[in-house]
Design a protein around this ligand. Sequence first.
Ligand SMILES: [Zn+2]
Length: 129
Amino acid sequence: MTPPQRTQLKAELERLAKALSAKGGRRLEPNKTDAVERPDEDDDQPLNEMNQSIASNRNAHDALVLGKVRAALKRLADEPDDFGACLDCGDDVPFARLKAMPYAEYCIECQGKRDPSGRATRTKLTDYR
Ligand SMILES: [Zn+2]
C-alpha cells in the first residue's frame, strides 16, 4: 500500500468513526403517516415495536462497525506498515476491498472462511455512503 492510499483510508475511517458515533443511540421515529392512513389503532403498537426492534438491530450493527473502525484506526496508528494485511493469513487485502470497507480485517478468502453463510461481502455495504 502506498502512503497516499493509506492516507485516503485513514480519512475514510475517521469519517466513518465520526458518523457512527454521531448517530449512536438514535431511535427510529414511529411511522405517523402510516397511523393516519390506517385508523385502526390496534395495529399501531405491533408496528412501533417492530420499528424499534429494527432500530435496535441497526444500532447494534453500527456499534459493531464502529468497533471495527476504531480497531482499524488503532492498527493504522500502531503498525502503519502492516495496515491492509489480512489478520489471518497476512496477505495484502486488495485495496479495492479496503476502499469499500476500510475497516476490513481479512482478505476475501479468509473472510469467506469465517462467514458461516459463505458470503464474502456485506449486503449493507452502501449504508454508510
Ligand atoms: Zn487472509
